[in-house]
Each structure stands twice: as C-alpha cells, then as structure tokens.
Design a protein around this ligand. Structure first.
Ligand SMILES: C[S@@+](CC[C@H](N)C(=O)[O-])C[C@H]1O[C@@H](n2cnc3c(N)ncnc32)[C@H](O)[C@@H]1O
Ligand code: SF4
Ligand code: SF4
Length: 444
C-alpha cells in the first residue's frame, strides 16, 4: 500500500523545516517523511495541531467535569487519534514515546462523561420528584452471597433466616449481565449485603470484571475465618478498591458479644495480612477500613481499637453506632450511621442506588431481606422497565407526594424513614433508630 505523504511536505521548504523541527521536538529520532499512524486498538497517538487543539479543549472540559486527578491530562481525549487510526500504511508498532503527556484514552473519557451526565440527571430527577426515571442508579449493591459463618444477633442471616430464598451465591453470568447493563452509569458497587462476601467463590472474578469497567468495588467482611493466601492475593490483585473489616472489639470477649461464633485473633490476623500484602505488592488499593460497630459493651474500647488500627497501618478507622432491637445495647452517645439518611425530602435509595440479592432479586434498598419484599427479579436487558415498575413508582410517590396516604401493604410504608418523614410514630424498632429520631434524623 503506498504511503500517504505527510501534509507538511506539500508546503514551502521553510515551513517544512519548521514542521520537521516541531516533530523532532515531540518525537526525537523519528523521520517525519515516513511518519505514519498507529492503528488497531492502540490508543497511544495524537498528532498535529488539530489533535492538539481538540486534546486541549477536551482536557479543559474534563477539568470542568471534575477530572482533575493526577495524570488527568493524559487521560484526556484526543480526537486527533481518529484522524490517523486505520490510515493506509499505519504502523501498528509505532508508539511515539508515550506522546509526552498527550496520550488519549477515548473510551475512558467517554465513560466518565456518560457517568457524570447520568449522575446529574439522577440528582435532577430526584430534586424535581420524578417517579418514572430516565436516569440509571449510580451506585449498586450486589449481595454476592448470603452465606455466613457468624451469628450476629441483629443480623437476620446471623439469626439463621434465609428470607425465603435459601442459601446461595450469585453466578458469574448474572453478575456480568448486571455490570454490563448498569456498569456504564455506576461509580461503585458494594459486593455485600446479607452475607459474607468472601464465601462467594467468584468474588475475585467479579471484582476484576467490575473494576475493568470502571466501577469501583467495595467489600465488607468479618474476616473471621481461615483465609488462604491465594484467595487473599487474588482479591487484592483483582483490583479491589475498598475493603472494610468488620471487627467490633479489641479482644475475644469484647468482640464475640456481637460477632457470635467469631474469633478475634483470626479476624485481626487476616486484616494484618491484607495490610501487609497490599504494602508488599506496592498497590494503592484496596483502601482498608477497620469498621467498629459501637454497642454499650464495647464502647469503652473504641480508642484502644483506633490505636491498634493505626499501629497496624490500616487506612481508616471508623466507629459506627450499631443498631440493635434491645435498647440495652445502645452506646452512651451517637456515632455516625446513615440508616435514616434522607436528602432533600427523598429516600436516596429510590433514585440513586440499585440493590440485588444473590438470586437476582431486585430490592428497594439494603433493608429488603425477604424474597416477598423484592420489587422485581433481574433479567438481562430489562433494568429500565424494572426500575420504573409499579412498586418503585409507588415508593417514590410516598416521597414526592407527602400528602397522599401510605400505600397499604407496600414495603416502604413500614419503613422508619418514611414514618419519620411523615411525622408518624416509629415502629417499635431498634434503639439506635429511636435515638437518631430523637436527635432529629440522620446525618451524612
Ligand atoms: C450484614 S453485613 C454483611 C457483610 C459482612 N458479613 C460483615 O459483617 O461485614 C453488612 C454490613 O452491615 C454491618 N452491620 C452488621 N450488623 C450491624 C448492626 N447491628 N448495625 C449496623 N451495621 C451492622 C456490617 O458490619 C457490614 O459492614
Ligand atoms: S458477619 Fe455479617 S452477614 Fe454474617 S451474621 Fe454478622 S453481620 Fe450478618
Ligand atoms: S424501605 Fe425505606 S429506606 Fe428502603 S427504599 Fe423504602 S423508603 Fe427507602
């Protein structure tokens, strides 16, 4: 195939010389006369004024859209690439010295723009109170398994309940379908809800699949079980973004009061191994949090745990008020928790976050445990229909039309958040909820 002449060779000798000098500066050692472009999927090339200008403009747009992360310039789109892609004579092997910070990731930028636009659409639809949504949720929670080894007294799984769906783990195909459909709009996915996520066989594959599509993954684990080194490494190497270790004590007795059946030293040691492997592998992720649920019995040890966490080198220590039916469990003061989170007179779950059970059950929010309370069952390619089905629209109406009567038998009608919002008495619910209500609702 004959080679296309570079544009500058049609010009006057002086312009040609200037062009060659510029090119030399950009890509030293490269002969302008034989300049050809990269091809295929190799997104490493921007060249010429046009590409530079577009590159710069899109960089500015990226900055406006909030893409000011380190290396943001490199992540900017360079449409110049498209002028060259697939040109006759293109040399697939040519990679111009990383293009000096003007390298372009077209898809990455488009994904960011799309997510950002959807994010604003969610906010807009929530604010104006739309019940039938155009937007997609920008957060996901996928309960990859409801199996667990512990018996925490406030958790239905810990009490041995199965919610009418049996014990199981989500299969990889269903997980991929959900990520394929919702991943383009979602910033992050929590891979847990009512079980111990590390008991899901395919967890590392799930993490890798979501992360590769730009969806940050979050795992919360009790870590109180023997954890093989390979398993630990696979999870970190898969690119997990956030790991929360739920350890609510500083020794066996303060720990096992709530985490029944758990072994404190084992959990602590596993947490330490995660920290050490992350450090040894030189990775920035996962961001590791020691989460400490505060109850009356372990409240005196919060600062001791904080000191242990700091000494161990975890990234974050988080003391959170634990919920419990028994008022005697309530700690003496408030610790942050978002159970009653309401923003702008809306329950955010119904606009911004989608929750799935391991069997594909589509729940209203993380509180949905029983199969009978599912709002739908996930089927590939049907999300928009499910997201706007009668149950979801009715739930949104509770918030957008506060004067309307609460729908009989609807899952949300029995929710404390709704009751607080409507000025109704709370259910005889968890002590922490009563306390939150007395303090005037949730923060965050
Ligand atoms: C049901 S657990 C499932 C994940 C995992 N098994 C664990 O315990 O971390 C989900 C989250 O709820 C938290 N949690 C458990 N019991 C709680 C309680 N009584 N009050 C508030 N949060 C609780 C856990 O610490 C965890 O972060
Ligand atoms: S470890 Fe997590 S899932 Fe298991 S019983 Fe406790 S809170 Fe529930
Ligand atoms: S049950 Fe409550 S928290 Fe859950 S979606 Fe309905 S209103 Fe929101």
């Amino acid at each position: 195939m004959p080679q296309q002449p570079a544009r500058c060779h049609d010009r006057t000798p002086s312009k040609r010389a200037a062009c060659t000098r510029r090119s030399e500066r950009r890509w030293p050692g490269r002969d302008t006369a034989t300049a050809t472009a990269p091809t295929g999927t190799d997104l490493h090339f921007v060249r010429g004024r046009c590409g530079r200008l577009l590159d710069h403009l899109l960089y500015r747009i990226g900055c406006l859209a909030g893409d000011v992360s380190p290396g943001g310039r490199e992540r900017c789109i360079g449409l110049g690439y498209w002028f060259y892609r697939g040109q006759p004579g293109a040399q697939a092997s040519f990679k111009p010295a990383a293009a000096r910070g003007r390298v372009v990731r077209v898809q990455t930028v488009w994904r960011k723009v799309r997510r950002r636009l959807n994010f604003y659409l969610v906010k807009l639809e929530m604010k104006i109170g739309r019940e039938r949504l155009w937007s997609f949720p920008y957060e996901l929670a996928i309960d990859v398994t409801n199996k667990c080894n512990l018996h925490c007294s406030y958790c239905p799984t810990g009490r041995g309940e199965q919610g009418g769906r049996g014990r199981g783990s989500m299969d990889l195909a269903t997980f991929r379908d959900i990520i394929d459909e919702l991943g383009p709009y979602a910033y992050r996915v929590e891979l847990f809800n009512w079980g111990e996520p590390l008991f899901a066989k395919d967890l590392p594959e799930m993490v890798a699949y979501a992360e590769a599509r730009g969806v940050r993954t979050i795992v919360s684990s009790n870590l109180s079980f023997p954890l093989a080194e390979d398993r630990l490494r696979d999870l970190v190497d898969a690119g997990l973004s956030y790991l929360t270790a739920a350890i609510d004590g500083v020794d066996q007795s303060s720990y096992e009061t709530y985490r029944r059946g758990g072994r404190f030293e084992l959990a602590l040691n596993n947490l330490r191994r995660f920290v050490e492997y992350k450090r040894a592998s030189g990775r920035a992720n996962p961001h590791i949090t020691w989460q400490y649920l505060v109850f009356a019995h372990n409240e005196p040890y919060v600062e001791t745990a904080r000191a242990m966490a700091s000494e161990m080198g975890v990234d974050c220590f988080s003391a959170i008020g634990g919920l419990h039916d028994d008022p005697a469990w309530a700690p003496s003061k408030a610790y942050s928790f978002d159970y009653l989170q309401v923003r702008g007179n809306r329950c955010v779950w119904l606009w911004q976050k989608a929750v799935f059970h391991w069997d594909g059950g589509f729940a209203s929010c993380c509180a949905g445990f029983h199969k009978k309370d599912d709002f739908d069952a996930y089927q590939r390619g049907t999300f928009r229909r499910m997201w706007n089905n009668e149950k979801f629209r009715t739930a949104r109406r509770i918030w957008t039309r506060p004067e309307s009567p609460l729908p009989e038998g609807h899952f949300c009608s029995d929710c404390d958040k709704v009751r607080l919002f409507r000025g109704l008495p709370l259910r005889s619910g968890p002590a922490s909820v009563e306390r939150e209500a007395a303090r005037g609702g949730a923060r965050r």
